[in-house]
Design a protein around this ligand. Structure first.
Ligand SMILES: Nc1ncnc2c1ncn2[C@@H]1O[C@H](COP(=O)(O)OP(=O)(O)OP(=O)(O)O)[C@@H](O)[C@H]1O
Length: 615
């Protein structure tokens, strides 16, 4: 790999404590102190004694009075990063009822003040993309899935078996023992309204998909509740994130043009999400929801492109089933939730210990989060707390978990940018230009690189010779003096200058000059908190796109031991590609595989119902 090593950063952790809720009678709090710089002291008011105070330190702590706006202000720089081509993940973790959904979505989306991180992030995204529209044209697409009882389901599917119809209105239409067979889009649905055990009116709704999927909805009128009992069709997760950033490629992708579009989609998604009442939260999320925003930008002038992904994840809450009083399906859900959160804990533990094996495959949740936890993303976790003294033990275990998360080091964040020349080469591959012509182009590029390298080496050895001579002679002249001597006003610039300038120009060509400088600004606005740093990942992008089957896990690339003082790499994209091509070239089968993988969409992407303009 020709990617320079750079500083890595940790997962950022913000802690938010929700206020006591109206109607909560006992108001004994575990909260002792909230510091300006992320300090938090908690204690158990019920059990006084020695060593009862515990101090934690995070990147930021928001007390119970913090507003949605204040919370978002500290998150905002990350949103800009997405538009600069970075992958960002923001997720909320905490016990049930601690305010995760409040922080991520907000209590009521009709009031702007109440908007949570999701809406504000998308709103910002559109505002920034509008302000850049003269330089970069952005396409934005949204996916929303949930992980319910270890199954990944599309919350925005418009016609598939994943769709959950608003049952409360649906069932009003059907009377006792009514059976009907309406055709809903591409699926046959059967509605049954029966008396279960002669007492409880129950409605059943079956969807028979032409693709062999059966979805079954059960609506229990007496409990005023509904949930899916089984669904044979669930979505697959890619073990490593695809070159286009899709962790769940089969989930429907919805192109959005404005905040209003997003609000509408999120509303549908939230309505479709599995929610149920427990003793601890009357609207408890029974699934982990993952909202993914895909951004694709094209530089108007150069044609260079970038991709950024934003994962906004509202985890289901961990719960002690004795306190949530979960039974039946609620209990089953709680068990799945706790199991997947414990798998998340194992992954965090392994990452914090820098263990060679990280057990991502143990749950769907950790598979979805894999690229955000161990990869080159910028990741932020909101750890949510309930201030209630009765929740002290959950609070402590949540805080310990958060402490461990804040110790997880991420790889250097990379921006996914593709230069114009790379784009042109890729286009040639896609439109079927003969391989020989492609090889010629690559060979030409190789020659150029070699030429530059020779020039640079000559200049370096000249410098070395000069400084050796001068140090031998006890001269006090510096290398700069040498450069000055060499350049007479009438002479052209020295070779070394030429080559390095060319290299720099090539770098400019590959990147987004303006976006890069904005990124540097957003780094400053990050307030110096530890976070993944940025490297230009263009070369890895080319490898990923051309050689999907040879993709190595991201961690490996980070661990390569290049000396930290490598000369600034020459145009690495071309070098990388040519060296990779020469590995594959000898066999006919391999080269045809490359071409076909570049021409054809992958089977999974073709199954996505909604076209993605950026593929
Ligand atoms: N910062 C806050 N200010 C006011 N009310 C809040 C705040 N945070 C949470 N709440 C209220 O607390 C209750 C529980 O919040 P929420 O549903 O967001 O919890 P949760 O962690 O998502 O729970 P679960 O894991 O069970 O889904 C809700 O009534 C919510 O409106």
């Amino acid at each position: 790999m020709f990617v320079p090593l750079s500083r890595t950063g940790n997962i950022r952790v913000y802690c938010r404590i929700r206020p006591f809720l109206p109607g909560q009678s006992k108001k004994q709090t575990t909260l002792e102190y909230v510091g300006e710089n992320g300090e938090l002291v908690v204690s158990n008011p019920i059990k006084q004694g020695k060593d009862t105070h515990r101090l934690f330190k995070f990147n930021k702590v928001f007390g119970p009075e913090a507003t949605q706006e204040e919370v978002f202000l500290d998150t905002q720089p990350l949103i800009r990063s997405v538009l600069d081509g970075y992958n960002v993940c923001i997720f909320a973790y905490g016990q049930t009822g601690s305010g995760k959904t409040y922080t991520m979505s907000g209590p009521c989306i009709s009031s702007r003040e109440d908007w949570g991180v999701n809406y504000r992030a998308l709103n910002d995204l559109f505002q920034i993309s509008q302000s850049r529209k003269n330089c970069i044209i952005y396409d934005v697409g949204v996916q929303m899935v949930e992980i319910y009882n270890e199954q990944v389901r599309d919350l925005l599917s418009s016609d598939g078996p994943q769709k959950r119809y608003p049952l409360f209105s649906c069932f009003g239409l059907f009377s006792f023992s009514d059976i009907s067979l309406p055709l809903v889009h591409t699926h046959i649905s059967i509605y049954l309204h029966v008396l279960f055990m002669n007492f409880i009116p129950v409605s059943l709704l079956f969807f028979f998909g032409y693709d062999g999927c059966i979805t079954f909805y059960y609506f229990d009128h007496s409990l005023e509740d509904f949930y899916v009992s089984f669904d044979l069709h669930t979505l697959g997760i890619w073990s490593t994130t695809q070159p286009n950033g899709l962790a769940v490629p089969e989930a429907s992708m919805h192109s959005v043009k404005s905040t209003a579009d997003v609000l509408e989609l999120m509303n549908i998604g939230l309505m479709n999400r599995a929610v149920g009442a427990t003793a601890l939260n009357e609207r408890s999320s029974r699934s982990h929801s993952v909202l993914t925003v895909h951004v694709h930008g094209t530089d108007v002038k150069s044609g260079a492109t970038l991709r950024g992904n934003l994962h906004l994840i509202d985890l289901a809450g961990s719960e002690r089933v004795d306190r949530s009083e979960a039974t039946g399906d609620r209990l089953k859900e709680a068990q799945h939730i706790n199991k997947s959160l414990s798998a998340l804990g194992d992954v965090i533990f392994a990452l914090a210990q820098r263990s060679p094996h990280v057990p991502y495959r143990n749950s769907k949740l950790t598979q979805v989060l894999q690229s955000s936890l161990g990869g080159q993303a910028k990741t932020l976790m909101f750890v949510q707390l309930n201030p209630d003294a009765d929740s002290y033990s959950e609070t402590i275990s949540t805080l310990k978990f958060a402490e461990r998360v804040s110790g997880v080091e991420l790889g250097a964040a990379r921006s996914n940018k593709e230069g114009r020349d790379v784009r042109e080469l890729m286009d040639q591959v896609v439109i079927g230009v003969p391989v020989s012509s492609l090889k010629d182009t690559i060979a030409k590029k190789d020659e150029e690189i070699e030429c530059m390298r020779v020039k640079a080496n000559n200049a370096n050895s000249a410098k070395r010779e000069f400084s050796d001579k001068h140090s031998d002679a006890g001269s006090h002249h510096s290398v700069e003096d040498f450069e000055n001597q060499k350049v007479s006003p009438s002479q052209p610039k020295p070779a070394v200058g030429d080559s390095s300038q060319n290299v720099n120009e090539d770098f400019e060509l590959l990147g987004f000059g303006e976006a890069d400088s904005e990124e540097r600004l957003s780094d400053i606005s990050d307030g110096g908190l530890s976070m993944g740093t940025e490297t230009d990942g263009s070369s890895s992008l080319v490898e990923f796109t051309l050689f999907p089957e040879t993709v190595k896990p991201a961690e490996n690339t980070e661990k390569s031991s290049y000396p930290s003082k490598l000369p600034k790499p020459s145009p690495k994209v071309v070098q990388t590609r040519s060296s990779r091509l020469s590995l594959v070239k000898p066999t006919k089968a391999a080269s045809s595989r490359i071409l076909s993988s570049a021409r054809k969409p992958t089977p999974s992407s073709s199954s996505t119902r909604i076209t993605r303009p950026w593929q």
